[in-house]
Design a protein around this ligand. Structure first.
Ligand SMILES: C[S@@+](CC[C@H](N)C(=O)[O-])C[C@H]1O[C@@H](n2cnc3c(N)ncnc32)[C@H](O)[C@@H]1O
Length: 215
């Protein structure tokens, strides 16, 4: 797609949503921490987190959802994983006290090859990130969850509103994943009890999507 000057500028900034890098990436992780709270809180309200849950947040960005889950699981442990060194540094800084206390770790890695043993986690979460994952990443998420473990996916766009189409035009490699696509991919990966919820936002010009699945 040919972009005008303004669209090219926006593209350069927003490309950091896919993988934050450099100074603009640092700015983007701060912005994500500041702006994703409402959709993350809504998504998290679908989980009944045990106080001692062992959780992993995949594509953790600036680490604010790691912090939220540490607060929700006072006797638990939360791992954040991201393939951007900028995201990893920001998440480590944000959660420094919990890391020091041995309740948190932040790992640089790709969801396509998760560096964890089978059946390591009670809960895996993915906020605003599955748009960028390689196809067929869900079987590895299934592998690292304990039997009965839960996987929560939260997205601010799923292609069901005309305005959603703007995002892949501005961010290379971004895929809008529909509710049906996600349900199908999760079931093919071995998940069961796949449940979805939607919330209209911005006078119904947008929709949030939450998908919850059990191993
Ligand atoms: C839009 S940000 C969302 C960050 C955070 N979850 C939030 O809600 O604020 C997407 C994050 O997913 C990470 N990401 C994208 N693809 C990834 C992959 N294949 N493996 C690991 N992290 C990935 C990016 O580096 C980025 O930090």
């Amino acid at each position: 797609m040919k972009r005008n000057v303004f669209q090219e500028f926006l593209h350069r900034v927003l490309q950091n949503c896919a993988k934050p890098e450099g100074l603009l990436g640092k700015l983007m992780v701060s912005l994500m921490n500041a702006t994703h709270t409402p959709v993350a809180q809504w998504g998290l309200s679908h989980l009944d987190l045990a106080p001692d849950a062992v959780v992993i947040d995949l594509g953790c960005g600036g680490g604010s959802n790691v912090s939220a889950m540490l607060a929700a699981c006072p006797d638990g442990h939360v791992t954040g994983l991201d393939y951007s060194s900028v995201s990893v540094a920001a998440s480590k800084k944000k959660n420094a006290a919990a890391i020091h206390a041995g309740r948190c770790r932040i790992v640089e890695g790709n969801v396509a090859a998760l560096p964890f043993p089978d059946e390591s986690f009670d809960v895996a979460t993915a906020f605003e990130t599955v748009y960028f994952w390689p196809d067929n990443s869900f079987p590895d998420v299934h592998r690292i969850l304990k039997p009965g473990g839960e996987f929560l996916i939260v997205c601010e766009a799923d292609g069901s509103c005309p305005s959603d189409e703007t995002w892949p035009q501005l961010i290379d490699g971004m895929k809008l994943l529909s509710r049906d696509h996600l349900v199908d991919a999760l079931e093919k990966a071995g998940f069961r009890e796949v449940q979805t919820d939607r919330r209209p936002v911005m006078n119904e010009t947008g929709r949030w999507l939450c998908v919850r699945a059990r191993k």
